[in-house]
Design a protein around this ligand. Sequence first.
Ligand SMILES: Nc1ncnc2c1ncn2[C@@H]1O[C@H](COP(=O)(O)OP(=O)(O)OP(=O)(O)O)[C@@H](O)[C@H]1O
Ligand SMILES: O=c1[nH]c(=O)c2[nH+]cn([C@@H]3O[C@H](COP(=O)(O)O)[C@@H](O)[C@H]3O)c2[nH]1
Ligand SMILES: NC(=O)CC[C@H](N)C(=O)O
Ligand SMILES: [Mg+2]
Length: 507
Amino acid sequence: MATQIAGQYDTILILDFGSQYTHLIARRIREFGVYSELLACTTKIADLSFKPKGVILSGGPYSVYEAGSPHVDPAVWDLKVPVLGICYGLQEICHTRGGKVENCEKKEFGKAIITVQGESQLFQGLAKEISVWMSHGDQVTKVPEGFTTIASTHTAPFAAVEKAQDRIYGIQFHPEVTHSDLGKELLENFVVKICHAKSSWTMVVGAVSGGVDSTIAAKLMSMAIGDRFHAILVDNGVMRMNECAQSKVLLQEHLGINLTLADASELFLGRLKGVTNPEQKRKIIGNTFIEVFEAEAAKIEKEQEESGKGKIEFLLQGTLYPDVIESISFKGPSATIKTHHNVGGLLEDMKLKVIEPLRELFKDEVRELGSILKIDDELVWRHPFPGPGIAIRVLGEVTPSQVEIARKADYIYIEEIKKAGLYRKISQAYAALLPVKSVGVMGDNRTYEQVIALRAVETTDFMTADWFEMPYALLKKISSRIINEVDGVNRVVYDISSKPPATIEWE
Ligand SMILES: Nc1ncnc2c1ncn2[C@@H]1O[C@H](COP(=O)(O)OP(=O)(O)OP(=O)(O)O)[C@@H](O)[C@H]1O
Ligand SMILES: O=c1[nH]c(=O)c2[nH+]cn([C@@H]3O[C@H](COP(=O)(O)O)[C@@H](O)[C@H]3O)c2[nH]1
Ligand SMILES: NC(=O)CC[C@H](N)C(=O)O
Ligand SMILES: [Mg+2]
């Protein structure tokens, strides 16, 4: 059965006569971006759900002249599309069209040198002498009428033949194996120049935050499609200390993911000016995020299209199973998933198809997957970080200086938790900056400064949570470091509210 994809893109039909290498033909064709469909040699052309742009007949262990050997459906010739026979395929073409194939004395296994004759399109731009890989005991001894020889070896006079006007080609060697020099180029000549099959390459983009889910999803995608996946990290100005720079190094250098870092911090912070309502902050960040992401994706598409990588057709998302459950239980079917997440709005706007490789997994399973993929423990065990970032941890107006205070306090807090060996025991911890000032005394002087609230919770699903019993000695150390090292703070408090009734984030 052909897949549904075959009808959507230009497709090369590969009919498999049982060669050891047939799948390599498909592999090579994919390398230059054309879709191919591999079906059994017994396939009836009338049963095809698509019209191929060209047909390749593979090699096979049989001898065409033997009783019971497989033969191509003669309807293949009525398609009037180019046909390339490889080894058994060549022999089949010659045998069924009035030529002759016989067992030969001088068998060819392994390396052979072909000498190219004439100006066949099949060999266009290739060398005149090519080292190729052979594996046959039969050979063509007479070509059918209208066919001409386009390459031969010492022992095989008909190493390659063609009937150019009907676009039928046959070769005795195996261009699909890497031991054949210029094999890929020959197949490309057939598929692109002779069949005019267009590339089916499309691109996938993904918003990657440097968080656990999106990073692991991105790693999987880049393992699957390499540089046709492009990750975009948006610097929204409310990320944690050094987060963007570190995520860039991790994603690009360590994980080898194609990444664009879009610095839009000024845009975000500009729009957040004067805003104190938590929901409004989220909306502004969500909308700005979509705007920046789309603009970046459009830029990437333009650049990539020029280099032949095709249009962006898919959007990668790090959706986990709990996200699906949550959305089903209160929003209906999965199509509306994540409208409460900051990439949700992209779906309708960009008309991209969504790929969600982690959709069936829980967080702990995603972490296990991350370990299997050898992603740094540091990242795999990272606490979740909300899309709106520090903006919902700076209560009241979000200004660059307020973000800076929250950022520094948070950094110290997390650093001390890690030093104490408690980071993995805690599900999520962060420092929030409160918009109230309190009186203090520092170096005999009166101070009137802000308050940092430390939050740490234990939870598995983040739906309910209990506050973490932080050791007093550690709290003491953290409090003293924050007050001494972070300008603008003279008081630290510890949040002892569970969820419910409080939420994990303060806004
Ligand atoms: N600054 C950002 N740049 C690009 N994409 C982002 C950014 N912030 C959030 N996203 C996108 O929003 C999604 C939802 O964020 P969420 O915090 O739930 O997941 P995460 O960051 O991948 O993982 P974690 O739960 O570990 O934080 C992310 O998977 C990512 O696709
Ligand atoms: O990607 C996100 N975008 C958001 O807008 C958002 N709001 C909260 N969170 C995270 O969700 C978990 C539960 O948080 P709450 O108890 O505060 O609702 C906690 O892990 C929060 O950090 C968010 N994540
Ligand atoms: N590799 C092949 O396709 C071999 C074809 C045929 N059985 C031969 O030996 O010549
Ligand atoms: Mg996150």
